[in-house]
Structures are given as C-alpha cells and as structure tokens.
Write a protein that binds this ligand. Structure first.
Ligand code: GLU
Length: 371
C-alpha cells in the first residue's frame, strides 16, 4: 500500500525561546511529533526554519538589527546548529537526519526538480528524516524563495505529498487578526477561495502578515491546487496525530476536488520561464482554444537564452502572455528555423498550461497576469 507522504513545516516562532535563540525543548517537541507521525506509517519531510534565529546570538547579533549580509552570515552559523540540534533530538528516537538546503533554482527547472525528487525518495526509502530549509546564506535576490511556507508548498507539489501541515504559534486561520480583534473566529475548514479569505490574511507588514498568515494562505493555495490538503495548526503535543485522524484541529484547507496535474501547478508557481515566444494570430488562437502544441510555422519571434526542456512563455503579437510550455528546441536552434522562409510543421513547444486554466484560480504575481 502506498504510504501517506506528509510535508510538515515548522516556523521559527515554534522553535525560538524568550532570548531569541532556538530552544532545545521546543525543537524536541517538533522531533517527537515528526517521529510519531512516521511511526504511524507516514513518510515525513520536515521543513524547518530557525537557521537565522539560531545563528544570531553566536555572532553577537540582535534580531531586528541586522543587515542582509549579517542575516546570511547568521544562517550559515545557525543552520549547522539547527541540524545538529535535530540530530540530537532524533537520534534517541532511532532516526537519522538529512540536511536538505534548497533555493529557487532547485524548484524551478525540470531536471533539477527530477534530481531533487529522486534524492528525497532515496532518503525516505532509507529511513532518513529530511530536514529542509532554504539555503539562506547564498539564496539572495531572484534565487530566493523567501519564506518557508511557500518552500514547503512547492516541495509538497514536487515531492508528490498527500498532506501539508504548517505548524505555527497560532491554532489556525482566523477571520480577523486574533491578536487585535477579540471577536475573531477560527475558520475550521476552507473549501473555496474567497476575497474575504485573502482580506483575513492581512496585508504584508500588518500584525498578521508578519505573523505569516499571508504566506501560509498562499502556500495553502498552491498545495490545494495540486490536490494536497493543507492544515495550519499550533505546534503542540499530539497535533500531528490529531491532524491525521481528522480531529477538528487548526484550519484545514481542502484539496481542490479536481486538481490539475501537479506538473501544471508546478509550472504555474514553481517554474521560472527562461524565454518568451511570440506567436502569430492563428497559433495564438489554437493555443488558447485548445491545449495545442506549438508548431514552428506559428512562431514569429523568440527571446531569451533557453535550452530544450526549459519552460517558456507564449505570447501574442501584442506581447500578452497566454500560456506556458516546455521548449522542445533551444533558442539557438529555434532562431535558425525562424530565419527560414519555409518551416516544417514540427513541434517546438509542448504547451502545458494556457491562460484559461490559469484564470480559474488567478492570483496576483504569478507571472501570467500581463495584458
Ligand atoms: N529560512 C529561514 C530560517 O531558517 C526562515 C524563513 C521563514 O521564516 O519562512 O531562518
């Protein structure tokens, strides 16, 4: 029987004590929880924050008063300490830990995703507990995912997880900020995406935003689109068992009843297009009306230095992006074809996602908005 695969993400707030450093007791609770989830038969991937928090004090830095470079430095010191603390916590439970550090690059390119998936599969088969974090020391600017809620959701998508659990210091998702509004109510189950939900998550920089509900909501959005149930719950003893048994714990975002193929969800949220092809009107119409492949004669122009296998955007002559697909030829080969008058009806791009599909669950900032 296929084992349930669960991605559990734990935020810094669940690990850090009053002095701002990672507390062994709190981390021990997380390890205990993950180990008992595994003992119940599930495969567990643990995404843990806390590297920066664990590295501040050893460098004599104070939270809130650090430069970007100091944050990177703190992560370098803290990540080692964090994994060492997990190793100490898991060893008595008979579990070997494995450090997995990711940046956007590992999640955005098809071949890297394949390698990552294979490595995670091998770790799980051999009984190790992957402890995943963003490689904060080197992941900067566009290489950066930026938050572990999104990282955990993308990981759940590419690793074929069945469930994503976001553990935090609040026992679920509320209709208003519970730290500000005394009448705030926890939402137990979310089955549909509404504007009210987005509003309840707060704006970035608001109390809830920095508490991370906004990134959690968007993580739930990504995971549920791929058919992964997502639960936001408080880090406490027994929480994962209760989540698994379906007891009313935290907020459960139900997986989309008819999720698209995971590849499409990845393509929308994880992949970074490496180029853009401009289509003639006929080809643009074909791509929009049906999930057609794009043939050489339908291409008018091409931009970017992509290779075969890379993700590319497909756009109209007005430069409006209408789809994404996987290039079957690299940019150089394609340019050579484009220079010829007569081109064979050879497939140039496998169209994987077109705009009408995207519109159904449209969200700002997914790169398919233009026009
Ligand atoms: N990767 C960061 C760390 O380990 C945390 C990112 C987040 O809080 O989402 O400190």
């Amino acid at each position: 029987m296929k084992r349930l695969r669960v991605v559990v993400k734990v935020g810094s707030s669940s690990l850090v004590g009053a002095d701002g450093g990672v507390e062994a007791g709190r981390l021990g609770l997380v390890a205990h929880e993950a180990a008992s989830l595994r003992a119940s038969g599930a495969e567990v991937l643990l995404v843990s924050s806390g590297a920066v928090a664990a590295g501040l004090a050893p460098l004599g830095l104070r939270p809130g008063a650090v430069t970007v470079a100091e944050r990177q430095a703190a992560a370098a010191v803290g990540q080692g300490r964090l994994v060492e603390a997990y190793r100490e916590a898991f060893l008595p439970l008979g579990i070997e830990v494995a450090q997995v550090l990711l940046s956007r690059a590992e999640l955005e390119h098809p071949s890297r995703v394949r390698h990552l998936r294979a490595a995670l599969g091998a770790l799980l088969r051999h009984g190790a507990m992957p402890i995943v974090n963003e490689n904060d020391t080197v992941a900067a600017d566009e290489l950066k995912i930026g938050d572990n809620d999104t990282l955990a959701a993308l990981l759940a998508v590419v690793a074929g997880a069945d469930l994503l659990v976001l553990l935090t210091d609040i026992d679920g998702f509320y209709d208003q900020d519970p730290r500000r509004a005394s009448g705030a109510q926890r939402i137990d189950v979310v089955e549909a995406w509404t504007p009210e939900l987005q509003a309840a998550a707060g704006r970035p920089g608001s109390g809830v935003g920095t508490g991370g509900m906004r990134t959690k909501l968007s993580a739930a959005r990504i995971a549920t689109a791929a058919g992964v149930d997502t639960v936001i719950a408080r880090t406490e003893r027994g929480v994962l068992r209760r989540v698994l048994e379906g007891e009313g714990v935290g907020t459960r975002f139900r997986a989309h009843p008819d999720p698209g193929p995971r590849h499409q969800v990845w393509l929308r949220y994880g992949a970074r297009p490496r180029g853009r092809l401009i289509l003639d009107d006929g080809a643009a119409q074909a791509v929009q009306e049906r999930q057609a492949s794009l043939l050489l004669p339908g291409i008018k122009d091409c931009r970017g230095a992509f290779q075969a296998g890379d993700v590319v955007e497909l756009a109209t002559t007005a430069d409006r992006v209408i789809a994404r697909g996987t290039a079957m030829l690299g940019a150089q080969d394609l340019m050579r074809w484009l220079a010829q008058q007569d081109r064979p009806a050879r497939r140039a791009v496998r169209v994987v996602q077109h705009r009408t599909m995207v519109m159904a669950g449209r969200e700002p900032g997914d790169g398919l908005e233009q026009g």
